[in-house]
Design a protein around this ligand. Structure first.
Ligand code: ATP
Length: 248
């Protein structure tokens, strides 16, 4: 039995675990009520994908791991849903690729920023960025534009899971290499990403870490070849096909 008192081979296990974690996130003050709605949208796509990591998503996760290992200054962006769903897994990925973790919220309040940072620290994060907010993303309204100048502001590669389309576009316009995790292959965030990962974040993040651990110590050329061979538009088309037809 697990944290939701259901055997892991229960057919709805992943979905029920996800709902449980999001609900707990709202109760703990780290996830917004709108986060519940975002979760519902994601869950519908996951249902159509068969609640599994399709082969094109696994390739995207491998390319993302290679891109993160190649980066000079990678940053993992965390919002209320990400913190509720995969806090320890984000800490493990950050350690595997030597990335910073930065809290970024669509509906930013200092209270929720602090609660998420504390939650990440409880799960092993040493340093959590996002609270200084001394940098700005151009072309976004005030609160959503805030970032840390030495975090996302200075990053060359950013992982933006479950990000809203506007911010994803604004970050890409800044020249950041974006890795997006989003179950909707038609979302603007996924369409904007250099590396779109169409998978549930609860499967995607641990799988990225596993790939990163396996690729650790590889030559830069090997990592670059993995990145270069990945084609984002093909991954999006494969995910859309899987959703529409059930084919993989
Ligand atoms: P767009 O990017 O088209 O502007 P949006 O900003 O309106 O879309 P939101 O509903 O704000 O999208 O963001 C939620 C996104 O996160 C949805 O696309 C949803 O599919 C995705 N999502 C929700 N839960 C998960 C999850 N557990 N794993 C991966 N993706 C998820």
């Amino acid at each position: 039995m697990s944290e939701i008192d259901l055997p892991e081979d229960h057919p709805r296990y992943a979905s029920l675990l996800t709902r449980h974690r999001i609900e707990a996130g709202v109760e703990k003050g780290i996830t917004s009520k709108q986060g519940l709605i975002a979760q519902g949208r994601g869950e519908a796509f996951d249902y159509l994908l068969g609640e599994q990591t399709i082969p094109s998503a696994d390739r995207a996760e491998r390319a993302a791991a290679a891109q993160l290992l190649l980066a000079d200054h990678p940053v993992l962006s965390v919002n209320g849903n990400v913190a509720a769903l995969v806090a320890p897994e984000i800490v493990a990925l950050a350690a595997a690729v030597d990335a910073d973790i930065e809290v970024n919220l669509f509906n930013r309040t200092e209270k929720r920023m602090e609660a998420i940072a504390a939650h990440l620290r409880e799960h092993g994060a040493d340093e959590v960025k996002g609270l200084t907010a001394d940098g700005r993303i151009p072309n976004l309204s005030h609160e959503r534009a805030k970032v840390d100048a030495d975090g996302i502001g200075a990053a060359d590669v950013v992982v933006v899971p479950l990000e809203d389309g506007d911010r994803a576009e604004a970050l890409a316009d800044l020249g950041k290499t974006e890795i997006v995790i989003d179950l909707n292959p038609l979302s603007r965030s996924a369409q904007t990403a250099a590396i779109p990962i169409v998978d549930n974040i609860i499967r995607a993040v641990p799988n990225m870490t596993a790939h990163a651990e396996e690729l650790q110590g590889s030559e830069s050329e090997t990592l670059q070849t993995i990145v270069d061979q990945f084609v984002g538009s093909d991954a999006l088309a494969a995910a859309e096909e899987a959703i529409r037809t059930g084919a993989q």
